[in-house]
Design a protein around this ligand. Structure first.
Ligand SMILES: C[S@@+](CC[C@H](N)C(=O)[O-])C[C@H]1O[C@@H](n2cnc3c(N)ncnc32)[C@H](O)[C@@H]1O
Length: 254
């Protein structure tokens, strides 16, 4: 009998499939172009190279990224500030299938609690649902210290000054309108206790690692300064910025 494992899903699986299919046509056009030679061969080769750069590169790169993430052990989050707070209560916004939220829950001392919210209507991760995150929490042994529910960053379903720590891992870039990002920052400020911590993780558009993984798709993300400005504008103090292979993490205090 096989033991059930948590399913954290693939980020942008459908997009990866589509890009790889289109990119494969590019590869075929390139090979046919090389065989044909002459003017038609040159044109086919140019079309092929263009399709490969635009589609096959991000298609294969993002597939590789998902495979690497899938092999990553669900180790402790190691959130430095957890040890500084006596009974931390944590909110993970955009928890998805729980890849990060469950790591944080595992790191929490006994008696402490994590809440996770997500709108679950963005097709950002395969199998993204409340059922999946609840099942993953059960399988990882953290259902007693975590609770997941529907909720948006722009309208957080909790009272003022409730949390010591709010975490957003790769979420804010999916809140597309700038006004909604501002709304989310105001909501985070409201639910954080005074001196509470906010962790924001976002890919940096100009990091070579992101370019390697996603090619032209790196333009979906912002540069570091964009987040820096958004954070400061809402009355937070940036304590540090760490670069984890192109994935930048801001530690911020209210
Ligand atoms: C790239 S996934 C990251 C998931 C998770 N944080 C992780 O580390 O695996 C982005 C998540 O943000 C969620 N999301 C997008 N907009 C949101 C919003 N306004 N409020 C809450 N969650 C949102 C999506 O549904 C998705 O689950």
């Amino acid at each position: 009998m096989s033991e059930e494992k948590p399913k954290y899903g693939w980020y942008v699986k459908n997009l990866i499939l589509t890009f790889n299919i289109i990119g494969s046509f590019g590869l075929a056009a390139f090979i046919i172009g090389l065989i044909l030679l002459g003017m038609l061969g040159v044109i086919l080769s140019i079309i092929g190279i263009t399709l490969m750069v635009l589609f096959l590169w991000p298609g294969l790169g993002l597939a590789a990224m998902n495979i690497i993430l899938g092999k990553e052990d669900s180790e402790d989050w190691g959130m430095e500030m957890l040890s500084k707070i006596q009974s931390p209560s944590v909110l993970d916004i955009g928890c998805g299938t729980g890849r990060t939220a469950i790591k944080i829950a595992k790191s929490l001392p006994k008696g402490c609690h994590l809440n996770g919210i997500d709108i679950y209507n963005v097709n950002a991760i395969s199998g993204n649902s409340l059922e999946t995150v609840n099942r993953n929490a059960e399988l990882e042994g953290v259902s007693d210290k975590s609770k997941f529910q529907y909720g948006s960053a722009t309208e957080i379903p909790f009272e003022d000054n409730k949390f010591n720590i709010v975490n957003l891992s790769s979420v804010l870039h999916e809140v597309h309108d700038y006004e909604d990002k501002e709304r989310a920052m105001k909501e985070i400020h409201r639910v954080l206790k005074p001196k509470g911590f906010l962790i924001i993780g976002e890919w940096n558009r100009y990091s070579w690692q992101l370019i390697l993984y996603s090619g032209i798709l790196c333009m979906v993300f912002q540069r570091r300064k964009y987040w820096d400005d958004l954070i400061r504008k809402h009355g937070f103090t940036i304590l540090k910025y760490e670069n984890f292979g192109g994935y930048g993490q801001f530690t911020v205090q209210k």
